[in-house]
Design a protein around this ligand. Structure first.
Ligand code: FE2
Length: 285
């Protein structure tokens, strides 16, 4: 059994919880499916050999976020489902590479839809230690998939009023091995770095439903010299899009993603009096 890590506002390790599933069927207390209005349905048995799908994970995560629970509780529940999804060994087969960021050597997009739902895989080369950085209150829930990442967690101590100056203090280090879920605390304890501690590629599946800050608002820190500056990284075209990919949705049927994207684009083009949108090649024709 793997454990989940819970961080409170102070970034301190709070509790370890046993994962609540059995191999081929949902255990009592672990909902097999959640409706979009957030209510839990009767537990569903998963047939032997059936994999937890990416689409079902997205449906479940969105339902969790509609519950009347504190965000930290929601992150914890999403982490449990992310652990389930990470049992799949084929996630990369469904992902679109989007290249490196200011804190990773690579990345892969698994799902994206408006307004801000995203599921991706971060990649770190062996030995890579990312800049200490922050993306404001863009919270993430992550789960180890391959290799081993260590999140070094810092607290920002100053009020940010002096441009270029920042005081940050290391408050925690979290080892993330395959199957272990973790989630980002809110600022001022959201400053962090990734440290690839394995001699193989490290992969981590990451979910968020919060709008990321503009690239110019992402800060990189030099803890030793008490300095900070904008990261300079900007989103790649793949990452900046609204929808990816157009594939079956667990909730609304086959190819609803493509249909929704096409409908949205068609409405827009009609308003603009422009050409029509092709849902097959996802381009204007
Ligand atoms: Fe980050």
């Amino acid at each position: 059994m793997k454990d989940a890590v819970n961080l409170n506002r102070s970034g301190i390790f709070l509790a370890q919880m046993p994962s609540a599933y059995l191999c081929l069927a949902w255990a009592p207390g672990f909902p097999g499916s959640i409706e979009s209005n957030g209510t839990r349905t009767k537990e569903k048995k998963i047939m032997a050999g059936t994999k937890y799908s990416i689409a079902q994970f997205i449906t479940d995560a969105k339902a969790i976020l509609k519950r009347n629970d504190p965000l930290e509780k929601q992150k914890e529940a999403i982490g449990e489902r992310l652990k389930e999804l990470c049992k799949r060994d084929d996630l990369l087969r469904f992902a679109l590479p989007f290249g490196p960021s200011d804190a990773s050597t690579g990345g892969y997009l698994l799902w994206r839809e408006p307004p801000a739902t995203v599921l991706c895989i971060g990649e770190w080369n062996p030995g890579y230690m990312s800049p200490v950085h922050e993306h404001k209150d863009f919270w993430v829930v992550g789960c180890g998939y391959k290799g081993r990442d260590r999140w070094d967690m810092y607290e920002r101590l100053d009020d940010g009023s002096k441009p270029g100056y920042a005081e940050v203090k290391l408050v925690d280090q979290i080892d993330i091995t395959p199957g272990k879920a973790v989630w980002m605390p809110p600022p001022p304890r959201a400053v962090h770095s990734h440290n690839s501690m394995s001699n193989e590629i490290t992969l981590e599946v990451i979910f968020s439903a919060n709008k990321p800050p503009a690239p110019s608002e992402r800060l990189v820190y030099d803890p030793e010299n008490k300095a900070c500056w904008p990261s300079g990284w900007s989103f790649t075209p793949v990452y900046a899009g609204d929808y990816y990919p157009g594939r079956p949705s667990a909730k609304t049927g086959l190819f609803s993603g493509i249909q929704k994207a096409a409908e949205k684009a068609t409405i827009w083009t009609k308003k603009q009096g422009k050409r029509t949108f092709c849902p097959v090649c996802m381009a204007f024709a």
